[in-house]
Design a protein around this ligand. Structure first.
Ligand SMILES: C[S@@+](CC[C@H](N)C(=O)[O-])C[C@H]1O[C@@H](n2cnc3c(N)ncnc32)[C@H](O)[C@@H]1O
Ligand code: SF4
Length: 456
């Protein structure tokens, strides 16, 4: 079943039952559970605990670069819109100051299995700025020879020279935002990017030897129709990236006011939206891609596809990975660290971030220290989300008896198969894997929380 390319067809009834608000489980406990009482001292202490693991255990390093030249109106990322190139110079100074603080707590733990620059748009930085940041980081930390070193780029603002430089510095993975090629969709979402631009950058990335080249698409945007989407899919497949992320559009205009600039009446309804995802699935499967996790696809020879075959695929805030380290240290505004058994997130506003770092400390805004129960549930939910399978073991079957009871209706609906202590999410269940994970979320039952986008 793992390698199944079957395209699931849910009934109207199932759609109604399972299209509810729910988390994407990029973390567990999910962000709304994190507390402001968790502050700088807690973070420092957790870094020290992570450092005590020893010099040989590698880390993941995430660097948040929030700048973008212009705002895409669907955007749900933590961004700062700027036309001032110098703004990035100041920011880099602070990233490097933060790094010094981190280093002091981590002690001898300096090896990196994974580096990820995300955003925003890291290629907002000029070549000189990109290089200064990289040299600053690698003065303190050393990527292992086989480290995954990834960067997110927006093809419309990334030059071939920037990509060449990044490759020379040691980057070996690149993810390109694309979303949709349709001119009308691009216009109403305020995201203009041509096919030619994207093709040229992809070809350049290939020539440079980047692997795991990824495109991000979004389904559910205003004015997307089955026909327009089919044309985008055809164009995407003509470029044959190694990986594709196909995100469900998270529309939360109550929180993201700029999303109101788009015509809400032009949003596809839930069924059409799911149809867009299904047609992407069908087109990618037909082209030989393997479905990965919830909403990703990869060519069969890609390391993610191979890891999922072996049920060892991992995931962190940076996405699916085969190099997930036991701790993730994040730098920059809104950066989320996962260290020493705790999540810690930095403040969002740049002035606040600068102020906090200037005060000689960290910029932690909120976080949570995981309990033993949290850790067990997190491991289980990650397994379900990545590998669509989990073995609870005898103890798990005993401890999760109430959850297994609540899972029954989902089994009856054909979303999950249970055999002894093993749970397997069916191809149909993959569409609703967030709903399956929600059964094991101890926090959701405590309160009704309409704070997430819909699961479909
Ligand atoms: C940091 S951006 C990628 C790099 C670059 N900023 C760009 O846009 O090309 C991360 C990705 O998140 C996805 N994304 C942003 N807002 C979203 C939303 N509201 N719903 C679903 N996906 C979203 C997009 O696919 C986007 O490419
Ligand atoms: S989608 Fe990318 S480029 Fe657009 S605003 Fe968001 S982070 Fe910036």
């Amino acid at each position: 079943m793992r390698a199944s390319l079957e395209i699931p067809t849910p009934s109207e009834e199932l759609m109604r039952r399972y299209d509810v608000a729910g988390p994407r489980y990029t973390s567990y406990p999910t962000a709304p559970e994190w507390q402001h009482a968790f502050g700088t001292t807690d973070y420092a202490e957790r870094l020290e605990a992570a450092g005590a693991v020893g010099a040989d255990e590698p880390l993941s390093l995430y660097v948040h670069l929030p700048f973008c030249r212009s705002l895409c109106w669907y955007c749900g990322c933590n961004v700062v819109i700027s036309k001032e190139q110098e703004a990035a110079d100041v920011y880099i100074d602070y990233l490097l100051k933060e790094l010094e603080q981190v280093e002091a707590r981590l002690g001898s733990r300096r090896k990196l299995a994974q580096v990820h620059w995300g955003g925003g748009t890291p290629t907002f930085l000029s070549e000189a700025q990109l290089e200064r940041l990289w040299r600053g980081l690698t003065r303190h930390f050393s990527p292992l020879p086989d480290a995954e070193v990834a960067v997110e780029v927006h093809p419309a603002i990334t030059t071939p020279e920037q990509l060449t430089l990044l490759r020379q510095l040691g980057f070996n993975r690149v993810s390109m935002g694309l979303q949709d090629f349709d001119p009308r969709v691009q216009e109403v979402t305020h995201r203009i990017q041509s096919f030619e631009q994207t093709k040229a950058l992809l070809e350049h990335a290939r020539e440079l030897g980047f692997s795991g080249v990824n495109f991000d698409l979004i389904y559910g945007l205003p004015h997307q129709t089955p026909e327009s989407w089919a044309r985008t899919l055809e164009q995407v497949l003509s470029l044959r990236p190694d990986r594709l992320a196909v995100y469900s559009f998270a529309f939360i205009p109550e929180v993201l006011k700029h999303q109101r600039r788009m015509p809400a009446e032009a949003l596809p309804d839930a069924r059409t939206k799911l149809g867009l995802f299904r047609s992407a699935w069908a087109a990618f499967a037909e082209a030989g891609y393997r479905p990965i996790g919830m909403d990703h696809f990869a060519v069969p020879e890609d390391e993610l596809a191979r890891a999922q075959e072996r049920r060892v695929l991992g995931r962190n805030f940076q996405g699916y990975t085969v190099k997930a380290a036991s701790d993730v240290v994040a730098l920059g505004s809104t950066g989320i660290s996962d260290v020493g058994g705790a999540y810690a997130q930095n403040v969002r506003s740049l002035p606040r971030y600068y102020e906090r770092i200037d005060a000689g400390g960290f910029a932690t805004e909120r976080g949570i220290r995981l309990t033993e129960d949290d850790r067990r549930r997190r491991a289980l939910i990650t397994q379900l989300m990545c590998n669509f399978w989990v073995d609870l073991g005898e103890e798990g079957v005993r401890d999760f008896a109430p959850e297994l009871e609540r899972l029954r209706p989902l089994e009856e609906d054909g979303l999950v198969l249970r055999e002894g202590s093993q749970l397997e999410v069916t191809p149909l269940g993959r569409l609703f894997v967030r709903n399956v994970a929600m059964v094991f979320d101890a926090y959701l039952r405590r309160a009704e929380r309409p704070r997430f986008s819909r699961t479909v």
